[in-house]
Design a binder for this molecule. Structure first.
Ligand code: FEO
Ligand code: CA
Ligand code: CA
Ligand code: CA
Length: 671
């Protein structure tokens, strides 16, 4: 299917989109046959584990073997690297963490960030207050030890994205989700609060006597919003005609960032924040004959999910047709200088950016891995031209303006190529509509289309494992892939549960244009044969999951996966964090470590440098799929939410919050 037709969805809508297909079998025999053939044709044959894996895939109920039986099947002498007692899967109003661990609320929507911020009052919220308070829907969380360069595990900065807003549980009296209600209850003031609740937050945090707290009135504390924060546009698209607007005839300055999902901390201690579903914030209509029509259609602009266009012409594409070209970028923020101007780094391309995790390559260049979260879209990387200088922070500050953007092509043979998105190379020429590198980065998706990149099942976080050198790609789901559209990197039709791809750069060189790849796990219930999940049989009935989204890698190189889209109806559990074995005989075994309250999504995960603290972000509690949960059975509203987590006070709405997890004995997490 041409992905141009299917770009209209959001994180707001994605849980619904996923759940409507959960439980339905993928198309019959041939697809499953293909899946098994592809899965076991190569690596598993070599490993001799075909029998075990095939039994799991084909005779699912057998996969519900006890852990002991399964361990025996998985191989003698294999030792789990994760020793915690698993949390049970389930759905209820609060969060759960493994026994022996503490999960404390660090900061909630509306808590003060800047000096003078008023206490949160949900009945009297204003945009002015929101600009000084913690924003909504915390997604990415990054940690930088203080002072910079110290790797201090007990005192640092948290850099947090606020992806989007859920007006129906934020504001009294608006009733249901306003997109469905044509924004009848929305006012300018509410829209201004939404804009102020988007963006990012930097806070100083410190652990004292084993307890983490935000440092009130820290000089580092900062709010970045969609309404106020002026940003500079840098790199190949800066100043291009397509970036110019009435308010900015230079094409180099833009107000705010929107729909910032995941991100990354650079080796030089800046915070890179990924603008994802920015299309939804634009309204109006663009004529099919407009020069940007093809560009915007490919990205689903305008999405009309918010009514900001009613109050701000720049969000109305009929009035300011270039403004949407100024969103969908990677934003680099220097959290050490709260007066610094954030920069939209156009060299990294424009699409629905998910994460920006990086690694210093062996030659000193820095490689950023990135997903484009849309069905049938691509995996990218950016290789800096310059080298990281560990002794001179200032020398690194514009590394993201020069380098090469690549898009991934996964071969059927377990090998892959990175195709350069460079103007003038290959088909990226004027003949195909690319007159400059600015055109290439503004329409990076089209460049990937022209080069024949592999259409993936919604690439989310892409994370290099600094211990093993491998790279993990979270592919969250794609229920619209048809049987005749499968490829070996996306082997399931109607992929409701997603999968994780593991990439191995050639010769351990992250700048290499080639790689090998394999599938770490195909997600979903291993006891339902038609699902075709491939968790290691050592995985317990609590340990499997669907819809991988964010991930983190600890100092031992172990993978932790956070999910978005698990629900009562689909997987009989809320979202959470699962610890996943990636090496040895237990490869593909996962265990549930933490789960969120009903309706929420699990974001964050980031460890402090000593792995003794895990920061998690609980996003949109009470909003997703609450109709399907029998204990509630309806959509949430401000007045009647499925949960009032984390305060559980009458009249207090659910509040997205950052949670800090530590071990009761103060030890390393997961050991
Ligand atoms: Fe905002 Fe792709 O999750
Ligand atoms: Ca995400
Ligand atoms: Ca990550
Ligand atoms: Ca998500």
């Amino acid at each position: 299917m041409d992905s141009r037709d299917i770009s209209q969805f959001s994180c707001k809508a994605e849980a619904f989109e996923a759940s409507e297909d959960i439980g339905r079998n993928p198309s019959e025999g041939p697809t499953l046959g293909d899946i098994i053939a592809k899965r076991f044709g190569r690596r598993d044959m070599l490993r001799g584990s075909l029998a075990v894996a095939a039994i799991t895939a084909t005779f699912g109920p057998l996969a519900l073997a006890t852990a002991e039986k399964a361990k025996a099947a998985a191989g003698n002498g294999s030792k789990a690297s994760f020793s915690f007692d698993e949390v049970s899967r389930g759905v209820d109003r609060t969060h759960h963490v493994a026994k022996g661990y503490k999960a404390d609320i660090l900061i909630r929507w509306g808590d003060p960030v800047l000096p003078g911020a008023p206490a949160f009052d949900p009945m009297k919220q204003t945009a002015a207050a929101q600009k000084m308070q913690f924003g909504y829907n915390n997604d990415y969380v990054g940690y930088i030890g203080l002072p910079y360069g110290s790797n201090n595990p007990d005192h640092g900065l948290l850099c947090i994205n606020h992806e989007y807003t859920d007006e129906e549980v934020m504001f009294p009296g608006v009733g249901v989700e306003q997109q469905e209600a044509k924004f009848t209850a929305m006012t300018k003031e509410l829209a201004e609060i939404e804009m102020a609740a988007h963006g990012g937050t930097v806070i100083e945090v410190r652990k004292t006597d084993g307890k983490w707290a935000v440092v009130a009135d820290s000089k580092y504390n900062r709010r970045i919003t969609a309404s106020d924060t002026v940003m500079r546009i840098t790199g190949p698209a800066a100043g291009h005609d397509r970036m110019k607007t009435k308010a900015d005839p230079t094409g180099t300055s833009v107000i705010g960032m929107i729909n910032n999902c995941a991100g990354g901390i650079t080796p030089w201690g800046t915070y890179v924040s990924a603008e994802e579903n920015f299309n939804g914030n634009f309204g109006g209509e663009l004529a099919d004959s407009h020069p940007e029509a093809e560009n915007y259609k490919r990205l689903g602009v305008p999405g009309n999910w918010y009514n900001w266009a009613a109050y701000h012409d720049r969000f109305d594409v009929s009035k300011e047709p270039n403004e949407a070209n100024r969103f969908g970028w990677m934003v680099e923020i220097d959290p050490l200088d709260p007066t610094s101007v954030p920069k939209k780094r156009t060299a990294l391309g424009r699409f629905k950016h998910e994460g920006a995790e990086s690694v210093v390559n062996k030659d000193g260049r820095v490689v950023f891995y990135m997903g484009d979260d849309e069905r049938f879209d691509y995996v990218y990387k950016f290789v800096t031209e310059g080298k990281f200088n560990p002794n001179d922070r200032a020398a690194n500050m514009d590394l993201l303006d020069k380098g090469t953007l690549y898009v991934a092509k996964y071969g059927e043979d377990g090998k892959g190529e990175w195709l350069p998105l460079v103007h003038g190379q290959g088909k990226l020429t004027a003949e195909n509509g690319f007159n400059s590198q600015a055109d290439v980065v503004i329409q990076a998706r089209k460049a990937g289309d022209v080069l024949g990149a592999t259409k993936m099942d919604r690439p989310e976080d892409v994370e290099p494992n600094k211990v093993t050198g491998k790279v993990y790609v979270m592919l969250t789901n794609n229920t619209r892939r048809k049987a005749d559209q499968v490829n070996s990197a996306n082997p399931r039709a109607e992929n409701a549960f997603g999968h994780i791809v593991e990439m191995t750069p050639t010769d351990g060189d992250h700048a290499s244009t080639t790689f090998a790849w394999d599938i770490l796990v195909k997600c979903g219930d291993p006891s339902v044969a038609a699902v075709g999940a491939t968790f290691n049989p050592a995985t317990s009935p609590d340990g499997w999951f669907g819809m991988p989204d964010n991930c983190a890698v600890d100092n031992q190189g172990r993978l932790w996966v956070a999910t978005d889209g698990n629900s009562y109806k689909g997987t009989k559990t809320t979202d959470g964090v699962w610890a996943m074995e990636t090496e040895g005989d237990l490869r593909g075994t996962s265990k549930l470590f933490f789960r969120v309250p009903v309706g929420a999504e699990m974001c964050g995960p980031v460890f402090t440098p000593d792995d003794k603290t895990l920061f998690l972000a609980v996003q949109h509690p009470a909003t997703d799929n609450t109709k399907d949960w029998p204990e509630f059975g309806k959509a949430s509203s401000f007045e009647d939410p499925a949960t009032r987590w984390p305060d559980f006070k009458d009249g207090m709405p659910p509040r997205p919050s950052v949670v800090v997890v530590t071990k009761e004995d103060g030890g390393v997490i997961g050991v």
